[in-house]
Design a protein. Structure first.
Ligand SMILES: Nc1nc2c(ncn2[C@@H]2O[C@H](COP(=O)(O)OP(=O)(O)OP(=O)(O)O)[C@@H](O)[C@H]2O)c(=O)[nH]1
Ligand SMILES: [Mg+2]
Length: 297
């Protein structure tokens, strides 16, 4: 798995081989502001799916640090009680690849879990930047979690959120202002463009701490999955997913390649620093070289 995390050639070969064995898991993205209760909610969802005898994979996508140990991670993501359950596989992955750009390792790990037969894969990410939007593209169903009392922050979420949310969750619903948050989201949904696949985005209230509303959330996720399955393997959404994955993989390969070439030729960098050459023509030359030479790493 380490190779896959790192995007090393050996890991890439493994991923190619296992791709045909993927496509069975229900991949569920959970995103939202820091501290809104994503992990607590994930923990409750794991509990529900385990009761139904499903095997659950859980990926925490970390925007900052690279790799965390499993136990520490399970602690941090509030899933300690599931850590020793062999039916639950918890893994963390950095958003950013070692060489920049969204790490294709996020997809890699999800594919590995899928091929291993995990029925449900929960992917927790923070925020809604472009990386998160790309990560959300890998989910079949994206939950966007918010909490009462965010006010203007809710508006700030708007742009990124509208394109990825299949289900809105207002967590910490026992707090005052939950109904107002629902109305605000409703307004946003009415103002936004309709996705066109006929799915009406539900807004659900949960209290992840005591599990209130989690059964309804599980139902909504099931309904969304059925809805997506009706649209088939070439639905707009599925095509967009495949395209995002190819784009992220391509960017990572090219980046890895160019950085490698550049490292082998410090003279190029010095020439730009001395203004003997300009960065753009160096970039063009690197790309041309990369295109000609075989891909070895
Ligand atoms: N009052 C209340 N607190 C909650 C609820 N759900 C989670 N919390 C608390 O909110 C805090 C953050 O919960 P997490 O589940 O770690 O939130 P998160 O979104 O995963 O946080 P990050 O991963 O750090 O972004 C914890 O103290 C939880 O106990 C809820 O429904 N009501
Ligand atoms: Mg968390």
């Amino acid at each position: 798995m380490r190779d896959i995390d790192d995007g090393m050639p050996a890991g890439r070969e493994d991923l190619k081989a296992l791709y045909p064995h993927t496509g069975n898991a229900a991949i569920i993205g959970i995103t939202g502001n820091p501290g809104c209760g994503k992990s607590t909610l994930t923990d409750k969802l794991i509990g529900r799916y385990r009761q139904a005898n499903l095997r659950v994979g859980c990926v925490a996508v970390d925007p900052t640090s690279p790799f965390s140990g499993g136990a520490i991670l399970a602690d941090r993501v509030r899933m300690r009680r599931h850590y020793l359950d062999p039916g639950v596989f918890i893994r963390s992955v950095a958003t950013r690849g070692a060489l920049g750009g969204l790490s294709p390792a996020v997809w890699g790990i999800v594919h590995v879990m899928d091929a291993m037969g995990y029925d449900v894969i929960l992917v927790e990410t923070v925020g809604v930047g472009q990386d998160e939007v790309d990560i959300a593209a890998l989910a079949h169903t994206s939950l966007v979690v918010t909490v009462p009392g965010l006010g203007d922050e809710l508006q700030a979420l708007k742009a990124g959120v509208l394109e990825i949310a299949d289900i809105f969750v207002v967590n910490k619903a026992e707090k005052p202002g939950a109904d107002r948050a629902v109305s605000a989201l409703n307004m946003m949904l009415q103002l936004g463009e309709v996705t066109g696949d006929g799915w009406e985005i539900p807004i659900l209230l949960t209290t992840a701490l005591d599990g209130a509303g989690v059964d309804e959330l599980v139902d909504a996720i099931d309904r969304h999955r059925q809805h997506m399955l009706q649209h088939g393997a070439l639905s707009q959404r599925a095509i967009a997913r495949a395209e995002t994955e190819i784009r992220v993989a391509t960017a990572a390969l090219i980046h890895r390649r160019l950085v490698g070439l550049l490292a082998r030729d410090p003279g190029m960098v010095e020439a730009v620093a001395l203004r003997d050459r300009d960065p753009l023509s160096v970039a063009e030359e690197l790309l041309a070289t990369a295109m000609k030479a075989p891909l070895e790493g």
